[in-house]
Design a protein around this ligand. Structure first.
Ligand code: KIV
Ligand code: ZN
Length: 398
């Protein structure tokens, strides 16, 4: 409708023209079960992993990274169970270091896609695998050729890509492409990229390889979601995310935020059934025991809550006044809530009372509002139940 054409107009006016591409789709690789489980303190049980895998399937992710089979026998058995599970539609991916034994372990577990990685930045090459660029290049060619001989789908990650010398990164990506990788993932392993750095980086890789490009952003500076979106602007075909943004250190790009930014602001579709985002967030919060902040975008308790009189009055007349409008609570499986507090207005209180069939007179309403403001002004929380009790006393109703 008109909001959509306004949005396109705004994007065309402010952004790089390459961003405006109406028919684009982006696929989603969810790594909640792999990078997400690497969150310090998080450990899912087998049953929880299977339940999460079904949920990810139901909401429409394209690829599930189920784990790192070579890391332990328990991990191997878990990935194997997920691969064997009936009714899971996405491709199942397993992580592997660039050694044949790791690739073999993924194949034995029954994955659809092997994700091989190798450090490419000087600091990681030197201090983790003690290899030169030339050696990494040779290993890349060999391992991709091997993995492709065992599996139709191979993803290759030059780890720490954003801190890798650009000419070396291009050389390695070209080698992986020539050796037959299906997709190259560009990881911002320690989250040091910015949107204006990663967009041209992805565009540069795009110019040098034929295969698809994916991106995996960490949140060390709080830029994981912004960088992921910028990577899509630069031409990424697939993005890696986790539910609630869990993952190593400060986590990864958040599924709900990235999908809704692409859908609502850019008009770029994914296969995600967005109305299940809140439900998915709650499940992973429960299993990971990591609480979602009330102010968390999209899925947080307050994402569509209004307390101030001006805002509540506005959204009662038209929700688009003080909400994005292009993203509604219904779109993400949320509810709009009017909250009680010291900024509450008369219209919101009247609406809340009418919803429970209490119809105070104007002077009674003034007294009810004054009481709510007085209690919350003392720093106390006022619930809808408290409001009902206050109204009962003031109106003399039962
Ligand atoms: O952050 C990272 O670089 C990773 C790789 C395994 C892709 O998680
Ligand atoms: Zn990672």
């Amino acid at each position: 409708g008109s909001e959509q054409s306004l949005r396109k107009w705004r994007i065309a006016f402010y952004c790089d023209k390459s961003t405006v591409n109406t028919n684009r789709r982006v696929t989603i690789l969810d790594t909640t079960l792999r990078d997400g489980e690497q969150t310090p303190g998080v450990s899912f049980t087998l049953e929880q992993k299977i339940e999460i895998a079904h949920q990810l399937s139901d909401i429409g992710v394209d690829v599930i990274e189920a784990g790192f089979p070579a890391s332990s026998d328990v991990e191997f058995e878990t990935v194997k169970r997920i691969c064997a599970e009936e009714g899971i539609r996405p491709k199942i991916c397993g992580l592997a270091r660039s050694v044949k034994a790791d690739v073999d372990r993924c194949i034995e577990a029954g994955v659809d896609m092997v994700h091989v990685f190798i450090p490419t930045s000087e600091i990681q090459r030197t201090y983790t695998i003690k290899k030169s660029h030339a050696e990494v290049l040779a290993i890349t060619r060999e391992i991709i050729t091997y993995a492709r001989s065992k599996c139709d789908y191979v993803m290759f990650s030059p780890m720490d890509a954003t801190r890798t010398e650009p000419s070396e990164l291009i050389e390695i990506c070209k080698a992986a492409d020539e050796a037959g990788t299906t997709i190259i993932n560009i990881p911002d392993t320690v989250g040091v990229s910015t949107p204006s750095m990663i967009k041209p980086l992805i565009a540069m890789i795009r110019e040098n390889v034929k295969c698809k490009i994916d991106v995996h952003c960490h949140n060390d500076f709080g830029l994981a979601t912004a960088n992921t979106i910028a990577a899509v602007e630069g031409g990424a075909d697939q993005i890696q995310v986790t539910v609630n943004g869990i993952g190593e250190r400060a986590g990864n790009a958040d599924l709900a935020q990235t999908v809704m930014i692409l859908k609502s602001i850019y008009g770029i579709e994914t296969n995600i059934r967005t109305e299940k985002l809140v439900e998915t967030s709650r499940m992973v919060s429960r299993f990971s025991q990591i609480a979602v902040l009330p102010i968390q975008p999209v899925v947080g308790e307050n994402a569509f809550s209004h307390e101030s009189g001006i805002h509540s009055h506005g959204v009662m007349a038209n929700p688009g006044t003080f909400e994005p409008g292009i993203m509604t609570p219904e779109m993400v499986g949320h509810r709009r809530r009017l909250k009680l507090g010291k900024h509450v207005g008369k219209h919101a209180v009247r609406q809340m009372l009418e919803d429970i069939n209490v119809n105070p007179s104007d002077p009674e309403l003034d007294m009810i509002v004054a009481k709510v403001k007085e209690i919350s002004g003392r720093g106390r929380k006022v619930t809808e139940f408290d409001l009902f009790e206050i109204a009962k006393i003031i109106t003399g109703s039962h």
